[in-house]
Design a protein around this ligand. Structure first.
Ligand code: G1P
Length: 279
């Protein structure tokens, strides 16, 4: 059973400056909830209630968010405003939260390796909170992936088809189709130019990783952008037939940039806020 979910959250959020100068990008609100809360809710819905967050300098608001605010709660006790905190209280009651700090930004692979002491020797999920994923007609993306993991017992990356001109923003896979929406990964490349991309199937910010990934990352040399890339480490597992790519059901919004963020805001306003499901 997978119980742990790792949130790499040390990045600077440069695409969202100046908003992210003093505030963690993971705390950007989509309507009334910070991005990271959507991610933790998705994890808990998938049965992952041990939340591990890799933070960095200037990220203390994350820890404060997943804590009780006595003054505030005392103030609104017994008023109709109490309902606003029902969702976050549920997360505090049902999840544990642990933190470690990444002191240098050396890439997503390095961030995941930094989380190793919090994860130990078990399979775990990774959520990049700026990819907000929703599935209005069924299970959340992590729930879908955990179900697949229980069947296949190997690493899994979530993928979606992207415009072939945009492959340079993503890890891109090549694979053999083994089931509807499921590929056995044969190759993966971090942010290839369109002409070098093995397909237009892009990895988005949801992973399930088997714990051998840590030793592999530790041996992985810096790749694209001089950073230690999780894509390169996963390629090692893929060469042994140990990585699946799953075209998930649902929608994903890239909230690291203005366009995806606005789309996510409009979506959540319509589907959650207006329907009274926002807390
Ligand atoms: C990271 C990964 C990339 C993946 C992307 C998904 O890139 O390195 O392989 O496709 O997340 O959001 P980043 O967006 O952090 O540059």
């Amino acid at each position: 059973m997978i119980k742990k979910c790792l949130f790499p959250a040390a990045g600077y959020g440069t695409r969202f400056l100046p908003a992210t100068k003093a505030m963690p990008k993971e705390m950007l609100p989509v309507v009334n909830k910070p991005l990271i809360q959507y991610g933790v809710e998705e994890a808990l819905d998938a049965g992952l209630n041990e939340i591990s967050i890799v933070t960095g300098r200037g990220k203390r608001a994350l820890e404060d968010h997943f804590d009780i605010s006595y003054e505030l709660e005392n103030q609104i006790k017994g008023t109709d405003k109490e309902k606003y905190l029902v969702g976050i209280r549920r997360l505090l009651d049902e999840c544990s939260f642990s933190y470690t700090r990444q002191t240098e930004m050396k890439g997503l692979g390095h961030a995941i390796l930094t989380g190793r002491p919090l994860i130990g020797d078990e399979a775990f999920a990774v959520v990049l909170a700026d990819d907000l994923c929703v599935n209005p007609t069924g299970d959340g993306v992590l729930t879908q992936m955990v179900e697949l993991y229980n069947k296949h017992r190997c690493s899994i990356v979530a993928i979606q088809e992207v415009d072939p001109q945009e492959t340079n923003k993503y890890g891109v896979i090549a694979g053999d189709k083994i089931d509807e929406d499921l590929f056995q990964v044969t190759n993966m490349v971090e942010k290839p130019k369109p002409e070098d991309a093995p397909s237009n199937l892009a990895i988005i910010g949801r992973y399930i990783l088997t714990p051998d990934i840590f030793d592999i990352i530790a041996k992985t040399k810096p790749g694209k952008g001089g950073e230690i890339q999780i894509t390169d480490a996963l390629l090692e597992q893929a060469r042994k037939g140990r990585v699946l790519a799953y075209k998930f059901k649902g929608e994903r919004f890239d909230c690291g940039g203005a366009e995806g963020y606005i789309d996510a805001t409009n979506y959540c306003f319509e589907h959650y806020y207006k329907t009274g499901k926002a807390y």
